[in-house]
Design a protein around this ligand. Structure first.
Ligand code: IMP
Length: 504
């Protein structure tokens, strides 16, 4: 007879934290969010830790090199999506590892044939006013000139006017050479009162920009997550099929941590993949596995040698796995059970394997709950997809800015490696949707606010670290009527069109 769980599975929405005693020391500024990323032996330190308990999802719409740099700068890690060719994924990893802080690859580029209409469209898309004009319209083409909003007046000029007619040409620009240091670049910017400094090589090819506006942010980054060579830490998703070519290419590119990306990870394929990695590289290559939703799944991946284990099936915001296949488990219940299994494994073996709750976070307080329930860190897709740094288009829908966000199991992602078990492609079905999410601005502003909320709640629970929260948290189930009580009720809300972009 089938096994029946005696309790229904539950979501984060069904729980609340009950405050505990907090001393005067319990202030947000005293909270430390350091958390392990990979397994470690009792009494030892993990080889990799996070400064903040957030990682970005292994998704086309979320984690590319731009996201990875922005998140590592705040103390978290991005797992660059694997639903792309080995070469392009490795190139993204390489760009993160060779990223020179303060040197920005141009994301707004025009060619000599571009027109004023192209300038307006590009500004709408990227939100950036400084555009490079290069011979081939690429970020590293030969620099012909620059266009900024000072170079054109929309009311006085034809939309089909060519940019070469009104750009500031290369001969009038002050540029830095590619070997310049950040300090030297900043000195030139200050000396000549520039807003930006294009950095070119000996063939006049554009390499980067250094922007005046970045000066202050560059100085205040105490949380940056760096390797021993002061390069940003970056992760990457792999699959259980082409790992023999993908893993070596990612390692060659400098990746710090891998994660097997699968919607259902309690499978022999994961063990075969980890075995291969261990045979080739021993323990020097770190690899997470998942996703699982119960103690048995955790135990299997722990014994297979996973460096961390990821939890979650069917809870993602774009996910329709539960509807399509009838598998999954409420994210809170899955996290609680796997955390218990992790603690039991630690007690038994002296090896602590971090766990990561993946998907289903709707409100910031869900993150605090996930941590309190035992998660060491949290993977988020929708949350990060809303920011400037996600790879997707920003579009205006009915006057509101949105970003695109689609599932890895949607037709758009065509991620056969994650979702298809092989066989006739005509019989494949979607497990994710294509959607919009409200645009929310810069990653840093949003992450700062979210972390402040987490820290503040931790203080209410009398906890200054994540392990302390896990020990001290008092968690209660809530009835459906008390959920109504928890929102604004019995008042007439004023116009809410001005709600802050951070609200999610
Ligand atoms: P979110 O943070 O709730 O948006 O969930 C993100 C997570 O959903 C990812 O980290 C994946 O585990 C999962 N996911 C991504 N794409 C799909 C899909 O197409 N179907 C089901 N789950 C998905």
């Amino acid at each position: 007879m089938a096994y029946f769980f005696d309790q229904p599975s539950r979501t984060f929405n069904e729980y609340l934290l009950v405050p505990g005693y907090s001393s005067t020391k319990c202030q947000a500024k005293n909270v430390n969010l350091q958390t392990p990323l990979v397994k470690y032996k009792k009494g030892k330190k993990p080889a990799l830790s996070l400064h903040i308990p957030l990682v970005s999802a292994i998704m086309q719409a979320v984690s590319d090199d731009t996201m990875a740099v922005a998140l590592a700068r705040e103390g978290g890690v991005s797992f660059i999506y694997g639903s792309q060719s080995v070469a392009s994924q490795a190139a993204m990893v390489k760009r993160v590892k060779s990223y020179k802080a303060g040197f920005v690859t141009s994301d707004s580029n025009l060619s000599a044939n571009s027109t004023l209409a192209d300038v307006i469209a590009l500004k709408e898309k990227t939100g950036h006013a400084t555009m490079a004009v290069t011979d081939d319209g690429s970020a590293n083409g030969k620099l012909l000139g620059l266009v900024t909003s000072r170079d054109y007046r929309i009311s006085r000029m034809d939309m089909d006017r060519k940019v070469v007619d009104f750009m500031t040409p290369y001969t009038s620009l002050i540029c830095g050479h590619v070997n310049i240091s950040l300090k030297e670049a900043n000195d030139i910017i200050w000396e000549h009162k520039l807003n930006n400094l294009p950095i070119v090589d000996e063939n006049q090819n554009l390499k980067y920009f250094v922007f005046r506006k970045d000066y202050e942010t560059r100085k205040s980054n105490p949380n940056e997550l760096l390797d021993d060579s002061k390069r940003y830490i970056v992760g990457a998703g792999i699959n259980t099929r082409d790992y023999e070519t993908r893993v070596p290419a990612l390692i060659e590119a400098g990746v710090d941590i891998l994660c097997i990306d699968s919607s259902e990870g309690f499978s022999e394929w994961q063990k075969i993949t980890i075995d291969w990695i261990r045979k080739q590289y021993g323990d020097s290559v770190k690899v997470g596995a998942g996703n699982v939703v119960d103690a048995e799944g955790f135990r299997y991946l722990a014994e297979a040698g996973a460096d961390f284990v990821k939890i979650g099936i069917g809870g993602g915001s774009i996910c329709i796995t539960r509807e399509q296949k009838g598998i999954g488990r409420g994210q809170a219940t899955a996290t609680i059970e796997v955390a218990k299994a992790r603690d039991a494994y630690f007690k038994e073996t002296g090896i602590y394997i971090p766990i990561c709750s993946d998907g289903g976070i709707v409100h910031d307080y869900h993150m605090t709950l996930a941590l309190a329930m035992g998660s060491d860190f949290i993977m988020l897709g929708r949350y990060f997809s809303r920011f400037d740094e996600s790879p997707t288009n920003k579009v205006s829908i009915n006057g509101q800015y949105m970003k695109e966000y689609w599932g890895e199991g949607s037709a758009r992602a065509r991620n056969w490696q994650r979702y298809d078990m092989g066989g006739d492609s005509k019989l494949s079905f979607e497990e994710g949707v294509d959607s919009y999410v409200p645009y929310a601005g810069k990653l840093k502003d949003n992450v700062d606010l979210t972390l402040n909320k987490i820290k503040s709640t931790m203080c209410n629970c009398g906890a200054l670290t994540i392990p302390e929260l896990q020990k001290k948290a008092k968690i209660t189930l809530v009835s459906s009527t008390s959920i109504v009580e928890g929102g604004a009720h019995n008042v007439v809300l004023k116009d809410s069109t001005t709600t802050t972009p951070h609200k999610n």
